[in-house]
Design a protein around this ligand. Structure first.
Ligand SMILES: Cc1cc2nc3c(=O)[nH]c(=O)nc-3n(C[C@H](O)[C@H](O)[C@H](O)COP(=O)(O)OP(=O)(O)OC[C@H]3O[C@@H](n4cnc5c(N)ncnc54)[C@H](O)[C@@H]3O)c2cc1C
Length: 487
């Protein structure tokens, strides 16, 4: 693990750190205006973390997670992004693209004096392509605002991360994220149809929007998921969908995990595409579904929602019900689904952290054939780490070939040293067991800083070295988000 547990700078010590790069900041002020260049301590401290739980553990003890950034700069358009990058590149000063800081892997953590490039002023819709089902939006637009504007026009974006209202569309693409309705509408890489971006040296990239192309390898695919290390995305053309005529929820429950997984696999391989698919284990279910009539005998609860023309919804939902019953499943009240949906964009981690718990989430994915064995191995291993550890799991984002497994862990209040050691072991154990079971170490949160130790094992050393060569070619001075993605 690279996450050293040494004592970190206190806020008071950090406040004494001198402001660096005076000349460069002067140049930025002349391009962006003085109100868009911040060097005060409060701003630098705010941008010294994202939503990485490990960083929250440091912050609540009054310590800076790793380091302060040198400054926060906020360009207002593509040309200003280019101008900032050109100057930073000339002087070899590192820059971290910043959306809304909702990432949970430390992808925007400054590691020592970088410039934070806050993109939230790039917040306009640039073009509607209603007939083609596409919209061009600047990268810094807030996700909730984006959806609101689409809804006003009779469309929806189809990408609903839990963090939708606290993240940007550029951050979605940069992290290769997935929304809660990805099983029908796709992950973000399936929704991006065009892109504008600026390379480290200030070069422009414009990928013209359109249907899929076969014109050489896809630069767009390379930049989606690049987590700010290869380019700054300034605008995206995304697919959009007409608002569905009907949305029909369905609650299913199963006696055991094997039946639940087998039924879900059968549904996906029968080409059913529920917009929402969430299968919860008995531990997570105890908190959410113990009021359901069949919970005592059928504690593996699956929430589904089908979207579209009522004829399609009727066929898909009745097929899903038949498949569930054939696997010993039962149908139940949709009340738990309604409750989940009413609160689906709220975050509970801040409360857990502020009560001095050590809470974190890890998501991975695996093929159907390995999912149950992987889960059981993780559940057994985690239980040995601490007698009071909470471990709850659900599977969401299902495909014909497998599904994402999302786990929440919580340790009660205890001395930091003890908790951080367990936390580190927990991460190492989960990522190791995932790889052992042919899984993928991240389905949608990305790699950032915290997952970097495992990236080469997941991709393969050769593939990771090829990506490092791409990084050297596109960013020879290594100014874009250094030391993330294992670069
Ligand atoms: C409560 C909670 C729930 C979450 N739920 C989900 C979920 O359901 N699905 C999901 O996928 N994720 C989820 N996340 C993780 C996170 O919200 C997403 O990864 C989100 O896409 C990050 O967007 P952001 O704008 O906040 O990016 P940031 O956190 O600001 O940045 C993340 C990374 O993207 C880079 N970046 C940001 N914008 C740009 C740009 N314009 N150009 C180049 N690089 C850029 C940054 O450099 C960094 O590497 C959740 C997080 C929280 C806290």
């Amino acid at each position: 693990m690279t996450h050293e547990t040494r004592d970190r700078m206190t806020f008071a010590e950090a406040q004494q750190e001198p402001v660096r790069h005076d000349e460069l900041l002067k140049a930025f002020r002349s391009i962006l205006g003085t109100t868009h260049v911040h060097t005060d301590f409060a701003n630098r401290l705010c941008y010294a973390r994202d939503r990485l739980p490990w960083a929250a553990f440091q912050i609540r003890r009054g310590r800076v997670p790793i380091a302060l950034p040198a400054a926060v700069v906020a360009p207002g358009n593509h040309d200003e992004v280019r101008a900032v990058l050109r100057l930073a590149n000339e002087r070899g000063v590192a820059v971290i693209p910043f959306g809304a800081g909702s990432g949970v892997l430390g992808a925007t953590l400054p590691l020592g004096g970088e410039i934070m490039l806050d993109l939230k002023r790039l917040n306009r819709i640039l073009a509607w392509h209603d007939a083609d089902g596409m919209v061009e939006v600047q990268a810094g637009m807030n996700g909730g605002e984006f959806e609101r504007l689409l809804n006003m026009r009779g469309f929806m974006c189809g990408h609903y991360p839990q963090s939708m209202k606290m993240s940007t569309v550029g951050g979605w693409a940069a992290c290769r994220g997935a929304g809660q309705e990805s099983t029908r509408y796709g992950k973000i890489e399936h929704l991006v149809r065009g892109m504008r971006a600026v390379l480290a040296g200030g070069g422009d990239v414009e990928i013209r929007p359109g249907p899929p192309r076969a014109v050489g390898p896809s630069l767009q695919e390379l930049l989606v998921g690049s987590e700010g290390t290869l380019a700054v995305i300034t605008a995206l053309t995304l697919r959009m969908f007409p608002l569905p005529a009907q949305k029909l929820p369905l609650t299913l429950s199963y006696a055991d995990l094997g039946s639940a997984i087998e039924a879900s696999r059968t549904m996906m391989q029968a080409e059913l595409r529920p917009a929402i698919f969430r299968l919860h284990d008995d531990l997570e279910g105890r908190v959410k579904f113990s009021g359901l009539a069949d919970f005592a005998t059928h504690p593996f609860v699956c929430l589904l929602e089908f979207h579209g023309d009522p004829r399609l919804v009727a066929v898909e939902s009745s097929m899903a019900r038949d498949i569930a019953i054939a696997h010993g499943g039962k149908t139940g009240s949709t009340q738990p689904f309604d409750e989940w949906k009413a609160h689906r964009f709220e975050s509970h981690s801040v409360k857990a952290q502020s009560e001095d718990n050590y809470q974190d989430t890890i998501e991975v994915s695996a093929p159907w054939s390995r999912l149950e064995a992987m889960y059981q191995a993780m559940r057994t291993a985690v239980a040995t780490l601490h007698p009071a550890i909470y471990f709850g799991t659900h599977w969401s984002h299902a495909y014909a070939e497998g599904a994402c497994q999302y786990m929440t862990f919580r340790l009660p209040p205890m001395p930091d040293d003890e908790a951080l050691a367990i936390h580190a072991e927990l991460w190492a154990t989960i990522q190791h067991l995932c790889l052992e079971h042919c899984g993928v170490i991240s389905h949608h949160h990305g790699v950032g800083y915290f997952r970097s130790p495992w990236i080469a094992r997941d991709l393969g050393e050769g593939a990771h070295e090829a990506l490092r060569a791409v990084k050297r070619a596109l960013d020879p001075n290594a100014i874009l988000n250094p030391r993330k993605l294992g670069f």
